[in-house]
Ligand binder design. Structure first.
Ligand code: SF4
Ligand code: SF4
Length: 104
């Protein structure tokens, strides 16, 4: 993936990027790896019409990364973002890639 595909990934100094969800630094050459951004489900969920209260968390580890989902409204951990489809408290929020902002 390209670093502009995730709104949580920001350049940091010259050779690093920072994942705001994991609060960890990444190297450019690692981005497309499965354990880093390549296998991360977060951009596809947040660029769709996800709930304002959906709070993803990712733990980056070369030996196997982990993604967790929780609800900021109830404080509960969610099995998956799919449970939001049945929730009456859903409040839609649509995030796009940073490049979307340039479409004027
Ligand atoms: S690990 Fe996931 S959430 Fe973090 S910057 Fe990469 S794609 Fe975005
Ligand atoms: S849809 Fe419901 S469960 Fe999902 S994040 Fe929103 S408030 Fe929480």
């Amino acid at each position: 993936m390209h670093f502009s595909d995730c709104v949580f990934l920001l350049p940091y100094k010259e050779h690093l990027l920072h994942c705001g969800i994991a609060n960890q630094f990444l190297k450019y050459e690692d981005l497309s790896c499965e354990w880093a951004c390549g296998g991360c489900p977060i951009p596809s969920i947040t660029s769709a019409n996800c709930c304002l209260y959906l709070a993803p968390k990712r733990f980056l580890d070369r030996n196997g990364s982990l993604t967790q989902w929780s609800c900021a409204l109830t404080g509960e951990e969610l099995d998956s973002p799919a449970v939001c489809n049945q929730c009456e408290c859903y409040r839609g929020l649509r995030l796009g890639s940073r490049l979307d902002k340039c479409s004027i």
